[in-house]
Design a protein around this ligand. Structure first.
Ligand SMILES: Cc1ncc(COP(=O)(O)O)c(C=O)c1O
Length: 397
Protein backbone atom coordinates (compact mmCIF):
# COMPACT_ATOMS: atom_id res chain seq x y z
CA UNK A 1 0.00 0.00 0.00
CA UNK A 2 1.10 3.53 -0.81
CA UNK A 3 2.86 4.95 2.30
CA UNK A 4 1.44 8.39 1.49
CA UNK A 5 -2.09 6.95 1.63
CA UNK A 6 -3.13 4.58 4.40
CA UNK A 7 -6.33 3.47 6.08
CA UNK A 8 -6.71 4.10 9.79
CA UNK A 9 -9.95 2.80 11.34
CA UNK A 10 -11.33 2.26 7.86
CA UNK A 11 -10.72 5.84 6.72
CA UNK A 12 -8.15 6.85 4.14
CA UNK A 13 -5.47 9.16 5.56
CA UNK A 14 -2.96 11.15 3.56
CA UNK A 15 0.44 12.74 3.75
CA UNK A 16 3.22 13.36 6.16
CA UNK A 17 0.91 13.65 9.19
CA UNK A 18 -1.70 11.12 7.98
CA UNK A 19 -4.67 13.44 7.92
CA UNK A 20 -8.08 11.82 7.19
CA UNK A 21 -9.32 12.67 3.71
CA UNK A 22 -12.87 12.28 4.99
CA UNK A 23 -12.45 15.83 6.36
CA UNK A 24 -13.22 17.05 2.85
CA UNK A 25 -16.48 15.16 2.44
CA UNK A 26 -18.68 17.35 4.68
CA UNK A 27 -18.04 20.43 2.55
CA UNK A 28 -17.72 18.57 -0.78
CA UNK A 29 -19.11 20.58 -3.66
CA UNK A 30 -17.09 19.06 -6.51
CA UNK A 31 -13.77 17.38 -7.20
CA UNK A 32 -10.86 18.64 -5.17
CA UNK A 33 -7.09 18.26 -5.36
CA UNK A 34 -5.58 17.87 -1.90
CA UNK A 35 -1.84 18.61 -1.52
CA UNK A 36 0.31 17.76 1.45
CA UNK A 37 3.03 20.40 1.85
CA UNK A 38 4.90 18.47 4.56
CA UNK A 39 5.67 15.57 2.26
CA UNK A 40 6.85 17.96 -0.48
CA UNK A 41 9.31 19.32 2.08
CA UNK A 42 10.55 15.81 2.77
CA UNK A 43 11.09 15.14 -0.95
CA UNK A 44 13.01 18.43 -1.41
CA UNK A 45 15.26 17.53 1.53
CA UNK A 46 15.86 14.04 0.14
CA UNK A 47 16.81 15.39 -3.26
CA UNK A 48 19.08 18.05 -1.78
CA UNK A 49 20.79 15.40 0.32
CA UNK A 50 21.31 13.17 -2.73
CA UNK A 51 22.58 16.04 -4.92
CA UNK A 52 24.43 18.15 -2.34
CA UNK A 53 26.28 20.29 -4.88
CA UNK A 54 23.31 20.98 -7.15
CA UNK A 55 20.92 23.91 -7.04
CA UNK A 56 17.30 22.88 -7.54
CA UNK A 57 15.05 24.87 -9.85
CA UNK A 58 11.61 23.32 -9.39
CA UNK A 59 9.83 22.85 -12.76
CA UNK A 60 6.66 24.75 -12.02
CA UNK A 61 4.72 23.16 -14.86
CA UNK A 62 4.30 20.08 -12.66
CA UNK A 63 2.21 21.96 -10.10
CA UNK A 64 1.84 25.74 -10.02
CA UNK A 65 -0.42 26.03 -6.97
CA UNK A 66 0.58 29.19 -5.08
CA UNK A 67 0.88 27.52 -1.68
CA UNK A 68 2.88 24.64 -3.15
CA UNK A 69 5.22 27.16 -4.79
CA UNK A 70 5.62 29.25 -1.62
CA UNK A 71 6.49 26.09 0.30
CA UNK A 72 9.04 25.06 -2.33
CA UNK A 73 10.59 28.53 -2.20
CA UNK A 74 10.74 28.22 1.59
CA UNK A 75 12.48 24.85 1.23
CA UNK A 76 15.27 26.64 -0.66
CA UNK A 77 14.65 26.01 -4.37
CA UNK A 78 14.62 28.27 -7.40
CA UNK A 79 12.09 27.76 -10.16
CA UNK A 80 12.06 26.69 -13.83
CA UNK A 81 9.33 28.45 -15.82
CA UNK A 82 8.06 28.26 -19.40
CA UNK A 83 5.80 31.31 -19.78
CA UNK A 84 5.17 34.82 -18.58
CA UNK A 85 2.22 33.45 -16.63
CA UNK A 86 4.59 31.17 -14.73
CA UNK A 87 7.04 34.07 -14.15
CA UNK A 88 4.24 36.14 -12.61
CA UNK A 89 3.09 33.20 -10.50
CA UNK A 90 6.68 32.62 -9.30
CA UNK A 91 7.01 36.25 -8.21
CA UNK A 92 3.62 36.08 -6.51
CA UNK A 93 4.79 33.01 -4.58
CA UNK A 94 7.84 34.87 -3.27
CA UNK A 95 10.56 33.86 -5.71
CA UNK A 96 12.86 36.67 -6.82
CA UNK A 97 14.03 37.13 -10.44
CA UNK A 98 17.44 35.66 -9.67
CA UNK A 99 15.64 32.39 -8.72
CA UNK A 100 14.17 32.02 -12.20
CA UNK A 101 15.34 29.86 -15.13
CA UNK A 102 13.25 30.50 -18.26
CA UNK A 103 12.84 27.41 -20.50
CA UNK A 104 10.38 26.74 -23.33
CA UNK A 105 10.51 26.66 -27.13
CA UNK A 106 8.20 29.54 -28.00
CA UNK A 107 9.28 32.55 -25.92
CA UNK A 108 7.55 35.61 -27.36
CA UNK A 109 9.08 39.10 -27.66
CA UNK A 110 6.88 40.25 -24.78
CA UNK A 111 7.99 37.36 -22.57
CA UNK A 112 11.68 37.84 -23.35
CA UNK A 113 11.51 41.63 -22.86
CA UNK A 114 9.81 41.30 -19.48
CA UNK A 115 12.22 38.60 -18.34
CA UNK A 116 15.14 40.79 -19.43
CA UNK A 117 13.71 43.77 -17.53
CA UNK A 118 13.36 41.64 -14.43
CA UNK A 119 16.93 40.40 -14.78
CA UNK A 120 16.19 36.69 -14.33
CA UNK A 121 18.90 34.14 -13.59
CA UNK A 122 19.04 32.37 -16.98
CA UNK A 123 17.34 31.95 -20.36
CA UNK A 124 17.52 28.35 -21.59
CA UNK A 125 17.74 28.89 -25.33
CA UNK A 126 16.00 26.33 -27.54
CA UNK A 127 16.87 27.50 -31.08
CA UNK A 128 19.11 29.83 -33.08
CA UNK A 129 16.18 32.11 -34.03
CA UNK A 130 15.40 32.43 -30.31
CA UNK A 131 19.05 33.25 -29.54
CA UNK A 132 18.96 35.96 -32.23
CA UNK A 133 15.71 37.36 -30.83
CA UNK A 134 17.07 37.47 -27.27
CA UNK A 135 20.25 39.19 -28.54
CA UNK A 136 18.24 41.81 -30.45
CA UNK A 137 15.91 42.59 -27.54
CA UNK A 138 18.79 42.78 -25.07
CA UNK A 139 20.68 45.15 -27.39
CA UNK A 140 17.62 47.37 -27.93
CA UNK A 141 17.30 47.73 -24.15
CA UNK A 142 21.00 48.07 -23.43
CA UNK A 143 20.99 44.88 -21.41
CA UNK A 144 23.04 41.70 -21.35
CA UNK A 145 21.06 38.45 -21.49
CA UNK A 146 22.37 35.50 -19.43
CA UNK A 147 21.87 32.57 -21.78
CA UNK A 148 22.30 28.81 -21.50
CA UNK A 149 22.26 26.64 -24.61
CA UNK A 150 19.75 23.80 -24.40
CA UNK A 151 21.44 21.07 -26.39
CA UNK A 152 19.65 18.11 -27.95
CA UNK A 153 22.00 15.10 -27.97
CA UNK A 154 19.59 12.75 -29.82
CA UNK A 155 19.41 10.26 -26.96
CA UNK A 156 16.49 8.00 -26.16
CA UNK A 157 15.65 7.65 -22.45
CA UNK A 158 12.97 5.02 -23.14
CA UNK A 159 10.00 6.88 -21.82
CA UNK A 160 6.57 7.52 -23.34
CA UNK A 161 7.13 9.19 -26.75
CA UNK A 162 5.00 12.18 -25.72
CA UNK A 163 7.39 13.05 -22.88
CA UNK A 164 10.69 12.29 -24.64
CA UNK A 165 12.47 15.54 -25.48
CA UNK A 166 16.09 14.63 -26.23
CA UNK A 167 15.73 13.17 -29.72
CA UNK A 168 16.26 15.00 -32.98
CA UNK A 169 12.65 14.30 -33.92
CA UNK A 170 11.59 16.40 -30.89
CA UNK A 171 11.16 20.18 -31.07
CA UNK A 172 13.37 20.80 -28.03
CA UNK A 173 16.92 22.06 -27.81
CA UNK A 174 19.59 22.53 -30.46
CA UNK A 175 21.47 19.79 -32.30
CA UNK A 176 25.15 19.59 -31.48
CA UNK A 177 26.03 20.04 -35.17
CA UNK A 178 24.69 23.61 -34.87
CA UNK A 179 27.37 24.62 -32.37
CA UNK A 180 29.56 26.49 -34.93
CA UNK A 181 26.54 28.59 -35.99
CA UNK A 182 25.51 29.13 -32.36
CA UNK A 183 29.00 30.28 -31.47
CA UNK A 184 28.99 32.71 -34.38
CA UNK A 185 25.78 34.29 -33.03
CA UNK A 186 27.34 34.47 -29.55
CA UNK A 187 30.49 36.13 -30.94
CA UNK A 188 28.56 38.55 -33.18
CA UNK A 189 26.43 39.59 -30.19
CA UNK A 190 29.01 39.44 -27.42
CA UNK A 191 27.88 42.81 -26.03
CA UNK A 192 24.30 41.61 -25.46
CA UNK A 193 24.66 37.86 -24.83
CA UNK A 194 26.54 36.31 -21.95
CA UNK A 195 26.91 32.55 -22.19
CA UNK A 196 26.39 31.37 -18.61
CA UNK A 197 25.37 27.76 -19.08
CA UNK A 198 24.54 24.72 -21.09
CA UNK A 199 21.43 22.74 -20.41
CA UNK A 200 19.71 19.52 -21.34
CA UNK A 201 16.41 17.89 -20.53
CA UNK A 202 15.98 14.47 -22.08
CA UNK A 203 12.39 13.92 -21.06
CA UNK A 204 10.24 12.92 -18.14
CA UNK A 205 9.61 9.71 -16.15
CA UNK A 206 13.21 8.47 -16.49
CA UNK A 207 13.48 5.16 -14.66
CA UNK A 208 16.93 4.12 -15.86
CA UNK A 209 19.90 6.35 -16.53
CA UNK A 210 22.12 4.90 -19.25
CA UNK A 211 20.88 7.51 -21.75
CA UNK A 212 21.27 10.30 -19.19
CA UNK A 213 24.87 9.20 -18.48
CA UNK A 214 25.61 9.01 -22.21
CA UNK A 215 24.23 12.55 -22.71
CA UNK A 216 26.37 13.96 -19.87
CA UNK A 217 29.44 12.23 -21.34
CA UNK A 218 28.68 13.83 -24.68
CA UNK A 219 28.13 17.32 -23.27
CA UNK A 220 30.97 17.57 -20.75
CA UNK A 221 33.76 17.97 -23.36
CA UNK A 222 31.62 20.55 -25.17
CA UNK A 223 31.09 22.44 -21.91
CA UNK A 224 34.82 22.34 -21.13
CA UNK A 225 35.77 23.50 -24.61
CA UNK A 226 33.26 26.38 -24.46
CA UNK A 227 34.58 27.40 -21.04
CA UNK A 228 37.90 28.26 -22.65
CA UNK A 229 36.25 30.97 -24.75
CA UNK A 230 33.38 32.07 -22.49
CA UNK A 231 34.58 33.10 -19.03
CA UNK A 232 31.04 33.47 -17.62
CA UNK A 233 30.14 29.86 -18.44
CA UNK A 234 29.55 28.20 -15.06
CA UNK A 235 26.15 26.50 -15.07
CA UNK A 236 25.58 22.92 -16.14
CA UNK A 237 21.82 22.43 -16.13
CA UNK A 238 20.87 18.74 -16.12
CA UNK A 239 17.11 19.34 -16.55
CA UNK A 240 14.52 17.29 -14.73
CA UNK A 241 13.00 13.94 -15.55
CA UNK A 242 13.63 11.70 -12.56
CA UNK A 243 10.74 9.23 -12.55
CA UNK A 244 8.51 7.80 -9.86
CA UNK A 245 6.69 4.48 -9.52
CA UNK A 246 3.00 5.01 -10.16
CA UNK A 247 1.98 1.38 -10.35
CA UNK A 248 3.80 -0.20 -7.45
CA UNK A 249 4.57 2.70 -5.18
CA UNK A 250 7.65 1.73 -3.19
CA UNK A 251 9.52 4.50 -1.40
CA UNK A 252 12.62 2.39 -0.87
CA UNK A 253 12.82 1.60 -4.57
CA UNK A 254 12.32 5.28 -5.34
CA UNK A 255 15.05 6.33 -2.95
CA UNK A 256 17.47 3.91 -4.56
CA UNK A 257 16.48 5.32 -7.96
CA UNK A 258 17.34 8.78 -6.63
CA UNK A 259 20.70 7.50 -5.36
CA UNK A 260 21.44 5.90 -8.74
CA UNK A 261 20.60 9.16 -10.51
CA UNK A 262 22.77 11.18 -8.11
CA UNK A 263 25.63 8.72 -8.64
CA UNK A 264 25.51 9.38 -12.41
CA UNK A 265 25.58 13.14 -11.79
CA UNK A 266 28.50 12.78 -9.40
CA UNK A 267 30.45 10.43 -11.71
CA UNK A 268 30.07 12.62 -14.76
CA UNK A 269 30.02 16.16 -13.33
CA UNK A 270 31.76 15.77 -9.97
CA UNK A 271 35.18 16.70 -11.26
CA UNK A 272 34.41 19.50 -13.69
CA UNK A 273 34.37 23.17 -12.88
CA UNK A 274 30.62 23.71 -12.94
CA UNK A 275 27.69 24.79 -10.85
CA UNK A 276 25.16 22.00 -11.35
CA UNK A 277 21.52 23.00 -11.74
CA UNK A 278 18.66 20.54 -11.70
CA UNK A 279 15.02 21.09 -12.70
CA UNK A 280 12.95 18.42 -10.92
CA UNK A 281 9.18 18.52 -11.21
CA UNK A 282 7.33 15.24 -10.87
CA UNK A 283 9.68 13.67 -8.30
CA UNK A 284 9.06 16.48 -5.80
CA UNK A 285 5.28 16.76 -5.97
CA UNK A 286 3.57 13.75 -7.61
CA UNK A 287 2.99 11.67 -4.48
CA UNK A 288 1.97 14.74 -2.49
CA UNK A 289 -1.30 15.31 -4.28
CA UNK A 290 -4.53 13.33 -4.62
CA UNK A 291 -7.77 14.01 -6.47
CA UNK A 292 -10.97 13.41 -4.48
CA UNK A 293 -13.92 12.62 -6.75
CA UNK A 294 -17.47 11.33 -6.28
CA UNK A 295 -19.32 8.58 -8.09
CA UNK A 296 -22.35 9.95 -9.88
CA UNK A 297 -23.59 6.72 -11.43
CA UNK A 298 -22.78 3.04 -11.48
CA UNK A 299 -23.64 2.06 -15.02
CA UNK A 300 -23.86 -1.60 -16.01
CA UNK A 301 -23.75 -2.67 -19.66
CA UNK A 302 -23.52 -6.14 -21.18
CA UNK A 303 -19.73 -5.76 -21.40
CA UNK A 304 -18.72 -3.35 -18.65
CA UNK A 305 -19.35 -1.87 -15.23
CA UNK A 306 -18.68 1.86 -15.39
CA UNK A 307 -18.08 4.09 -12.41
CA UNK A 308 -19.12 7.45 -13.82
CA UNK A 309 -17.32 10.13 -11.81
CA UNK A 310 -17.78 13.90 -11.51
CA UNK A 311 -14.14 14.31 -12.63
CA UNK A 312 -12.24 13.02 -15.59
CA UNK A 313 -9.71 13.94 -18.28
CA UNK A 314 -10.69 17.59 -17.77
CA UNK A 315 -9.09 17.43 -14.30
CA UNK A 316 -6.42 14.75 -14.73
CA UNK A 317 -5.37 14.33 -18.33
CA UNK A 318 -2.52 11.85 -17.86
CA UNK A 319 -4.50 8.60 -18.39
CA UNK A 320 -6.08 9.93 -21.60
CA UNK A 321 -2.88 11.52 -22.90
CA UNK A 322 -0.26 8.93 -21.98
CA UNK A 323 -2.34 5.93 -20.97
CA UNK A 324 -0.83 6.66 -17.55
CA UNK A 325 -1.59 4.52 -14.52
CA UNK A 326 -2.89 6.05 -11.28
CA UNK A 327 -3.90 4.04 -8.23
CA UNK A 328 -7.57 4.45 -7.38
CA UNK A 329 -8.57 3.96 -3.77
CA UNK A 330 -12.01 4.12 -2.12
CA UNK A 331 -12.21 6.75 0.61
CA UNK A 332 -13.71 4.24 3.02
CA UNK A 333 -12.34 0.75 3.46
CA UNK A 334 -14.82 -1.74 2.00
CA UNK A 335 -13.18 -5.03 2.91
CA UNK A 336 -16.46 -6.98 3.14
CA UNK A 337 -17.49 -6.20 -0.41
CA UNK A 338 -16.84 -8.40 -3.47
CA UNK A 339 -14.09 -7.32 -5.86
CA UNK A 340 -15.35 -6.19 -9.27
CA UNK A 341 -13.81 -4.97 -12.52
CA UNK A 342 -14.64 -1.37 -13.34
CA UNK A 343 -13.93 1.22 -15.98
CA UNK A 344 -13.57 4.45 -14.00
CA UNK A 345 -14.70 7.22 -16.34
CA UNK A 346 -15.45 10.96 -16.27
CA UNK A 347 -18.17 13.33 -17.45
CA UNK A 348 -16.49 14.46 -20.69
CA UNK A 349 -17.91 13.62 -24.11
CA UNK A 350 -14.84 11.69 -25.29
CA UNK A 351 -14.20 7.96 -25.08
CA UNK A 352 -10.65 8.76 -23.95
CA UNK A 353 -12.14 10.22 -20.77
CA UNK A 354 -11.13 7.59 -18.24
CA UNK A 355 -9.02 7.22 -15.13
CA UNK A 356 -8.70 3.45 -15.47
CA UNK A 357 -10.00 0.52 -17.47
CA UNK A 358 -10.80 -2.93 -16.08
CA UNK A 359 -9.58 -1.88 -12.65
CA UNK A 360 -10.22 -4.24 -9.70
CA UNK A 361 -12.02 -2.43 -6.88
CA UNK A 362 -14.30 -3.46 -4.03
CA UNK A 363 -17.90 -3.02 -5.11
CA UNK A 364 -18.72 0.70 -5.16
CA UNK A 365 -22.04 2.48 -4.88
CA UNK A 366 -23.43 5.74 -6.20
CA UNK A 367 -22.48 8.73 -4.06
CA UNK A 368 -19.31 7.16 -2.67
CA UNK A 369 -15.89 8.77 -3.08
CA UNK A 370 -12.68 7.65 -4.73
CA UNK A 371 -9.16 9.00 -4.42
CA UNK A 372 -6.98 9.18 -7.53
CA UNK A 373 -3.47 8.84 -6.10
CA UNK A 374 -0.15 10.41 -7.13
CA UNK A 375 -1.92 13.30 -8.82
CA UNK A 376 0.27 16.10 -7.44
CA UNK A 377 2.28 16.46 -10.67
CA UNK A 378 0.77 17.33 -14.04
CA UNK A 379 -2.72 17.17 -12.51
CA UNK A 380 -4.36 20.53 -11.88
CA UNK A 381 -1.69 22.25 -13.98
CA UNK A 382 -3.01 20.41 -17.07
CA UNK A 383 -6.69 20.74 -16.15
CA UNK A 384 -9.13 22.40 -18.56
CA UNK A 385 -12.71 23.58 -18.66
CA UNK A 386 -13.55 21.42 -21.67
CA UNK A 387 -17.33 20.92 -21.92
CA UNK A 388 -17.47 24.01 -19.65
CA UNK A 389 -17.02 21.80 -16.63
CA UNK A 390 -15.74 23.67 -13.59
CA UNK A 391 -12.09 23.41 -12.65
CA UNK A 392 -11.43 21.31 -9.55
CA UNK A 393 -10.73 23.03 -6.26
CA UNK A 394 -7.31 22.86 -4.62
CA UNK A 395 -6.67 22.56 -0.90
CA UNK A 396 -3.36 22.29 0.95
CA UNK A 397 -2.82 20.48 4.21
C1 LIG B 1 12.80 21.93 -19.47
C2 LIG B 1 12.18 21.06 -18.44
N1 LIG B 1 12.77 20.95 -17.24
C3 LIG B 1 12.23 20.18 -16.28
C4 LIG B 1 11.07 19.48 -16.47
C5 LIG B 1 10.52 18.65 -15.35
O1 LIG B 1 10.46 17.31 -15.65
P1 LIG B 1 10.02 16.27 -14.53
O2 LIG B 1 8.70 16.70 -14.04
O3 LIG B 1 9.94 14.99 -15.27
O4 LIG B 1 11.07 16.27 -13.49
C6 LIG B 1 10.44 19.54 -17.72
C7 LIG B 1 9.22 18.78 -17.96
O5 LIG B 1 8.72 18.59 -19.00
C8 LIG B 1 11.00 20.37 -18.72
O6 LIG B 1 10.42 20.49 -19.91
Amino acid sequence: MDPFLQYFDGTLCFGDKKRPLTNFVGTYSGPVYVYDLGSIGIRVKQMKRALPTADLYYAMKANSNLDVLSAIKKYGCGVDVVSLGEIHRALEAGFVPSDIVFSGVAKTEKEISQALDLSIHQFNIESIPELLRVARLAKENDLVAPVALRLNPNIDIKTHPFIATGLHENKFGMELSLLPQIEKVLKDNSASLSLVGISLHLGSQMLEFSGFRQALQLLVPIYQRLQLSYPNLRNFDIGGGLGIYYQEMDLQKENSLLREYAEVVKDELGKINARVQSEPGRWLVAHSGVLLTQIQYVKETTLKSFLVMDSGMNHLLRPALYDAYHSIIPLFHNSGRPIKLYDVVGPICESSDFFAKDRKLPEIREGEFLIIADAGAYGFSMASQYNLQELPKEVCI
